[in-house]
Design a protein. Sequence first.
Length: 568
Amino acid sequence: MARPEKIRLGDLLVQQGVITAEQLGHALEEQKKSGRKLGRVLVEAGYASEEGIARALARQLGAEYVDLRQFQPRLDLVKLLPEAQARRYRALPLDEKNGLLRIGMADPTDLAAFDEIARITRRNLDLAVVAEGQLLPLLDRVYRRTEEINSLARDLTEEMGEIPVEFGALLGIAPGAEDAPVVRLLQTVFEEAQKTHASDIHIEPQEKSLVIRFRIDGVLHVQTEADLKIAQAVVLRLKLMSGLDISEKRLPQDGRFNIKIRGANVDVRISTMPTQYGESVVMRLLAQNTGLLSLDRLMMPPKVLARFRHAIHRPSGIVLVTGPTGSGKTTTLYAALNELNTPEKKIITVEDPVEYRLPGLNQVQIQEKIDLTFARVLRSALRQDPDIILVGEMRDQETAEIGMRAAMTGHLVLSTLHTNDALSTPVRLLDMGVPRYMVALSIQLVLAQRLVRVICPNCREPYLPEPHEREWLKYELGTAGDEHRYFKGRGCAHCANTGYAGRQAVYEFLEMTNALVEAANRGDPNEFMQLGRQQMAGNTLRRDAVRLVLEGRTTIEEAMRVATQLEE
């Protein structure tokens, strides 16, 4: 494919029947007012799709249209075009054939961009057309900033040399402090964490290096390794940002701060802990502008959704969501609040931290340092005439008892608890010292959940299970397991070669039926557990994970991981 020609997009789309002449006229008028590109105006007006425009351009130019959702670019060739130019020209090197570098462009009529890409890459180019909406997310994935982070870490190492860290130089009050290598390093780390949808950043001093890892979809990935001598400067800066005691290095500390990353406000919870080679830091990232999910979009099985929805619409009682840290409990509860939030109801939340902002709610942030505890706030909340109360976590006996009493006196209480499954939750409350009658009479429903990774749709392919996976399937499904096809992701640029993209929850629930209430009141744990297992037969977390395997949404490996967690 030679150098592209200059064409008039509007006339082309009318000729090919993608839009009408009347629609083009409206779009041109809007373009004059707004100054935006014609293609963007057409898409936003609903006259054409990005893919339709890209395919029309490809036909006119005699070029190939590449669907980036089904394409894996060669990462060694991607490096030929720097990220800044790739974003500026809306282009990406795809592959190499017959001595020509095939370049995907969202605007193949930009002749100056085509010539500049040829100059930068020093290659003869072959043009392909791609849709901009598919290109931009792919740019985020393929242009990882690992090299830039490594470079900034090296700059910081060179600047420090053998000289001890000057506390004052890192306070951010000196002229040009915002350009200091430690500040630029942390800024780049935060930006990369947000771009890769990391939930946590781990900064860990080892014997000979400082390791920075991201937790993405529940799994830790090494982002970079730097010289150990920069660890003190990095930790010091983070302590200053979160208001922690910079002179205290012997004891763990917890704090929080708020930063803006690429236009989004992010709450950061920070925890420091002294280790053998220095202070380890873990930061949890909580994006304030994360859109709330509705219950219908949580992808609960129909039976689970129906019973959960029935429980939260009751006027009183307590609904508990259980699971380990990071299993999506708060997301589920806020999806419920989103549905319950009407002008007729007063809703108070007591949380640490407040992870979502929802208009119409009265949200209280716990402050342990000033004795603003769950129990204290909960007592005050009950005097505020609430209809619904969300307690972030049942951490202790006092908080649990106050919540239970509220549920027994006409309030709907939603809360979380750290237990392994739904069935063990009432037993856990009894172990905490909550009176048996409170547990029996106040709990309406316990929902347990876990998150499993979902197979990347761009590299999903069938495969034959390994022998140990076949044995596990045989245990779960019997001979019926041989009748199904199984899938996994081979790894691609869209999923950072992990084979997974995103996560989905699996669920189980326990309803406090009359039989279970009577068993709980009699104080016979064996009878209670037996009746609970009978109620939940075939509707456990394990079976829900197997369901996703059979539907081709996750792998046998992920389902086995959930099963292993439940056995611990």
